[in-house]
Ligand binder design. Sequence first.
Ligand code: FEO
Length: 183
Amino acid sequence: METNRLSAALRKALNEQMTREAFASQIYLSYGSWAASEGFDGIANFLFRHANEERTHMMKILEYIIERGAKVKIEAIGKPPADPESIQDCLEKTFVHEVDNTKSIYKIVKMSLEEEDWATWNFMQWFVREQTEEETMVMNLLDKLKIAGGSKAPGASLYALDRDLKNTPDDAVLAENKTVENP
Ligand code: FEO
């Protein structure tokens, strides 16, 4: 008896997204290693924590494909890009990467809508929200860097930013998550 509840197209798209999340983890690992080698231990810590978060995204999709009775295929993960040239460059490239990932998530949402696969549509809403948080998080960091002087930020400002990032939460808090009970 056939128990697979995912179409071939959605299975493929979800599988590719799973690999994309693994790739995102590699990017954060690579950028974190670069930051550590440049002496920015707080920024490295933040990027390494985020690498782990991307891996949990990968696992979330892997588990969903299995739950829906379809088969997961583990593929090769691409090589991370070259090291950034500066903290500004690192954050800008991270932002572009997150926006690309959001577009990829939206494609799966659109596919699930067109197929009327409401289980997958519902599952993907978590990722839609997560991507909003991640884009906001990197935007906030770019804003902080801008205040510190952007690409011309002096050493003292970068030092303070690096120290603060060690304790920065992994996700941005969004206005829509705030309630009267939990302001
Ligand atoms: Fe899993 Fe940063 O997206």
